[in-house]
Design a protein around this ligand. Structure first.
Ligand SMILES: NC(=O)c1ccc[n+]([C@@H]2O[C@H](COP(=O)([O-])OP(=O)(O)OC[C@H]3O[C@@H](n4cnc5c(N)ncnc54)[C@H](OP(=O)(O)O)[C@@H]3O)[C@@H](O)[C@H]2O)c1
Length: 278
């Protein structure tokens, strides 16, 4: 099965099919160095967010890379606790300034509801619509090449689409072996929304599954490469994070092998241990 090196979004914009994740990479030299290593390794898609507090460091690596701006696809996200039209505009320009860029390739509403708030996010519906209207405006002005959401499920997506008629180009959701989010993926397929798979290694918990090591040995690949290739073969866009140079490099070496249909089914059924409650 051929997998794509880039996907075309519904507005014609191309997005590299693997992105470099930067959540939990500390701001400063560590984030700048990790992003620099990623760009040297060949990543052309960097995923950050205002809440990661590392936009300045990530932006510095992008600006100092020697690559032309149009060669790197840069995503950031509107903080989940910032809702409303004018707030969204202000937050967007805040991200842009911290990154030191004059446009974004992709901007996402990070969550339908602020972090730590109880409920399913329905009560933020009208505020999310206001955010979305601001996204559409910025997109029209050419400040953002593609716009989307993150952690949105059909019940959150439907009202946005109904109110504005504008379907998000991307939805970034948690997807890893054994966690397929079928309902949201089916909705995305119906509306031609590109799914980005965040935490594609289940933030490291994937490696506790014995079968991933068995499959990796058979293919002479790393467990991470198996999980990332599995994601690509599903048509998702995985966003692996690492601060380790060798792992950054190997996590992009995904295009010279293929997982068999039988092994795809086995990986679909993995049981990754849940996150430990802190
Ligand atoms: N939109 C959202 O709400 C949201 C939420 C979570 C994540 N995300 C995005 O998705 C990205 C990735 O998710 P994530 O940060 O949860 O983690 P992940 O990519 O699923 O896993 C990262 C963990 O795996 C380790 N790792 C990476 N490559 C490895 C390899 N080849 N072998 C062994 N260990 C390896 C990393 O350690 P080392 O760094 O030490 O290598 C780190 O501990 C984030 O950085 C962010 O951009 C978005």
């Amino acid at each position: 099965m051929n997998v794509k090196k880039a996907y075309q979004l519904t507005n014609g914009v191309w997005i590299p099919s693997v992105g470099f994740g930067t959540w939990q990479i500390p701001a400063g030299p560590i984030a700048t160095q990790a992003t620099r290593e990623a760009l040297i390794a060949g990543y052309r898609h960097i995923d950050t967010a205002a809440i990661y507090q590392n936009e300045e460091s990530v932006g510095l690596a992008i600006r100092e890379s020697g690559l032309k701006r149009e060669e790197v696809f840069v995503t950031s996200k509107l903080r989940a606790d910032r809702k409303g039209y004018q707030i969204t505009l202000d937050e967007f320009y805040g991200s842009l300034n911290r990154l030191g860029l004059d446009y974004l390739d992709l901007f996402l509403i990070h969550w339908p509801k602020p972090w730590g708030v109880e409920g399913d996010g329905k009560e933020y519906e009208s505020q999310n619509i206001e955010c979305w209207k601001a996204f559409i405006q910025l997109h029209k002005e050419g400040k953002i090449r593609a716009i989307g959401v993150s952690n949105f499920y059909p019940m959150h997506l439907e009202p946005l689409i109904e109110a504005t008629g504008f379907v998000p180009h991307v939805n970034q959701i948690p997807i890893w072996p054994g966690y397929l989010q079928t309902e949201t993926v089916t909705f995305a397929e119906k509306h031609s929304i590109q799914i980005e798979a965040y935490s594609p290694l289940a933030t490291g918990r994937l490696f506790q599954v014995p079968e991933i090591h068995e499959i990796a040995n058979r293919y002479h690949k790393t467990p991470a490469q198996i999980a990332l290739r599995w994601s690509l073969q599903h048509g998702f866009l995985p966003l692996p994070k690492s601060v380790n140079k060798e792992r950054i490099i190997s996590n992009l070496e995904l295009f010279d092998f293929e997982i068999s249909p039988e092994d795809m089914v086995m990986i679909n059924q993995f049981s990754v241990p849940p996150k430990k409650k802190s």
